[in-house]
Design a protein around this ligand. Structure first.
Ligand SMILES: [Zn+2]
Ligand SMILES: [Zn+2]
Length: 180
């Protein structure tokens, strides 16, 4: 298990968005963190004078219910009423844009999918994603050194970043131990 190199207390727990969902020893932690993250999102929206509309809330809940990144169409299926009309892609994308802008959700470019943030990262924070090719799990981590390095690269090129994500693809600790 890696140690989160973070300052804020909410970062102390190592939360794994990963594994098969069965008998995961992190499952209980995950549920608790998801509930906290939803409450935090509601509070932040109130503070910023924004509305967590039903579709935004449903999208955020559905992303928190999964340990893996979810594509927009898949998400539309999950939150459309059973037997009812499927939500229009534009509505889903608008809700997701909002959630990403507010820092509640991250978009993984390499997967064209979304994952709920359990860490309260801001929208412009530098975050590293450890993406497992075997189980599809995604872990997040960050460090002051990485933040500095990315800022220096951008500054050298007079580049103004809007999203700062490092996507690292490979095999997670769990799959490495389970496999050969
Ligand atoms: Zn995050
Ligand atoms: Zn894995």
């Amino acid at each position: 298990m890696t140690k989160m190199q973070s300052d804020a207390h909410m970062h102390d727990d190592h939360v794994h968005h990963t594994h098969d969902g069965h008998d995961c020893r992190h499952a209980e932690d995950h549920r608790r963190h998801a509930a906290e993250a939803l409450a935090r999102a509601e509070r932040i929206c109130r503070e910023r004078g924004l509305r967590l509309t039903p579709i935004r809330r449903q999208a955020l809940e559905a992303l928190h219910a999964d340990h893996r990144p979810v594509g927009a169409y898949d998400l539309a299926d999950r939150i459309s009423p059973a037997g009812g009309r499927r939500l229009a892609p534009i509505s889903i994308y608008r809700a997701l844009d909002f959630l990403v802008e507010q820092g509640f959700v991250h978009r993984l470019s390499s997967k064209n999918a979304y994952i709920a943030c359990l860490h309260g990262h801001g929208a412009n924070e530098v975050v590293a994603f450890l993406i497992c090719e075997s189980c599809g799990g995604v872990d997040e981590d960050s460090s002051p050194a990485m933040k500095k390095a990315v800022a220096a690269i951008a500054e050298n090129r007079q580049f103004s970043p809007s999203h700062q994500m490092v996507e690292i693809v490979g095999r997670c600790e769990h799959c490495r131990n389970a496999g050969s």
